[in-house]
Design a protein around this ligand. Structure first.
Ligand code: CMC
Length: 435
């Protein structure tokens, strides 16, 4: 006998038994099917009961085997592997493979995967011309979103989304070309010549090369910064059904090619409440300017004047495990790059907030964006590149979510319902009679 939920409709007195479905364990997610509510009707011509959930705060839009988060306990796992372990032992391309294919690759699989991605990192020369058309001060995220969408026109075969081999080729291309496009967007914004990919370097090192190479013949990334970059990519690779993953699945559910869906997902990421938050954190820390001004700033947050950026999370109601890893990494990075005065402000801000009743009551803790901005800034990235860095890493997660959606026979085109609250039918009024 499956577990059920009994509902009594007090309008009719009727009772309904709805089956309850579970994730891997009941504590990993339990739900009723929203469609089962439709049988609950007040009268025969009633459409049936809907569930109302703005912002999908309590709606499971899919079954997923990719990422597990326990927000109360601060747990994050990709395909069952804790983020802390992957951050120490793995590298981004291995993690991308894991996320996309469900298992850690063998030696041969990883070699092939890495070779393919490294050898798909060049972009068509017309992409450069396309990017040249943007104003010099265009936000690099706008460039990234537009240019990734434009890739769709270069690879028309990518529309064969049901063919796993074709999909795999697009995985190579997207994961490989995102850093190239991102670096070109940055070079464009500072009027520097584009730097082509260097096949001798690893994924993170090559990205730093395309970003920062000046007149030297060969760019040699600092090993600490190269590894830090790679860890940042690992930490941002996936985060289950967040705003941008939901956009990826939603846009992808009408079956366009993956380039336009990734562009849509990146647009979802762009906003200050999602991937744009670390940019806002740095602006906030600069605005605060000194430790003595923190109490006043917190007071203003508590009156609702603005939010403390980099704090709070829809899912984490304890310390975001990614923020913890970043906090632990900062010292090593600053040893290479030099001291960052914003770190002192951030540490003090965190200390005060975590001891304040307002934040304790609402379970508001630092999220990944609280420290990532300080690290990126120390590494030499301008703030407007922060969401771009997030998008590079998240490409693998978006593609994994998209592939899982395509292979799930229960998934359909995304098409939510609404509760209509507008005017009832009325007669058209000619303009001369309108008041
Ligand atoms: N500063 C001050 N108060 C906050 C904050 C904050 N950062 N976040 C939430 N609250 C308060 C909010 O005002 C509300 O209070 P009350 O109950 O008195 O009205 C309560 O906490 C619950 O907030 P909510 O808006 O219902 O929570 P949510 O789950 O809808 O929002 C969030 C989650 C991340 C959008 C929000 O915490 C926020 O705006 N944080 C700042 C932006 C940020 O750091 N975003 C990065 C998220 S992590 C990266 C990622 O995964 O994209």
């Amino acid at each position: 006998m499956p577990d059920t939920l009994t509902i009594t409709d007090n309008r009719t007195g009727k009772q309904y038994d709805l089956p309850i479905m579970y994730g891997t364990y009941p504590t990993y997610g339990a739900a009723i099917r929203a469609a089962d509510l439709r049988q609950i009707k007040a009268s025969d011509d009633d459409f049936g009961l809907l569930s109302y959930d703005p912002g999908f705060t309590n709606t499971a839009s899919c079954k997923s085997a990719i990422t597990f988060i326990d927000g109360e306990q601060g747990i994050l796992r990709y395909r069952g592997y804790p983020i802390q372990e992957l951050g120490i032992k793995s590298n981004y391309l291995e993690v991308a493979y894991l996320i996309l294919y469900g298992e850690l690759p063998t030696h041969a699989q990883l070699d092939e995967w890495t070779w393919q991605i490294i050898h798909h990192s060049m972009v068509h020369e017309n992409i450069k011309k396309f990017m040249d058309g943007f104003l010099y001060d265009a936000h690099p995220m706008g460039l990234l979103v537009s240019t990734v969408a434009a890739l769709s026109t270069f690879y028309p075969e990518s529309k064969s989304i049901t063919d796993p081999e074709t999909r795999r080729t697009q995985f190579y291309r997207l994961i490989a070309k995102m850093p190239t496009i991102a670096a070109f967007a940055y070079r464009h914004s500072i009027g520097m010549p584009y730097v082509y990919p260097d096949d001798d370097l690893n994924y993170a090192g090559n990205f730093l090369n395309m970003m920062f190479k000046m007149t030297e013949v060969k760019y040699k990334p600092d090993p600490v910064l190269e590894r830090a970059m790679d860890i940042m990519f690992i930490l941002h690779a996936d985060h289950e059904q967040n705003c941008s993953a939901t956009v990826m699945r939603g846009a992808g559910s009408s079956h366009p090619d993956p380039y336009v869906s990734v562009a849509a997902a990146a647009a979802g990421l762009y906003g200050p409440l999602h991937g744009g938050a670390n940019e806002q954190v740095l602006r906030m820390l600069r605005d605060i300017g000194g430790k003595d001004r923190i109490p006043d700033y917190i007071k203003r947050v508590k009156t609702g004047e603005f939010r403390l950026m980099g704090f709070g999370h829809r899912v984490y109601k304890s310390y975001d495990p990614r923020a913890k890893i970043l906090k632990d990494m900062i010292g090593q990075i600053l040893e290479v790059t030099g001291k960052n005065p914003l770190l002192d402000i951030a540490l003090e801000l965190e200390r005060i907030a975590l001891n304040d009743e307002y934040f304790i009551e609402r379970k508001l803790y630092p999220n990944v964006d609280f420290y990532s901005g300080i690290i990126y800034q120390a590494m030499g990235f301008p703030v407007n590149m922060f969401p771009v860095l997030f998008a590079i890493a998240r490409a693998s997660g978006w593609l994994a979510q998209w592939q899982e959606m395509l292979e799930d026979p229960e998934q359909k085109i995304a098409r939510p319902r609404q509760i209509y609250t507008g005017a009832d039918q009325r007669e058209y009024v000619g303009i001369e009679k309108r008041k």
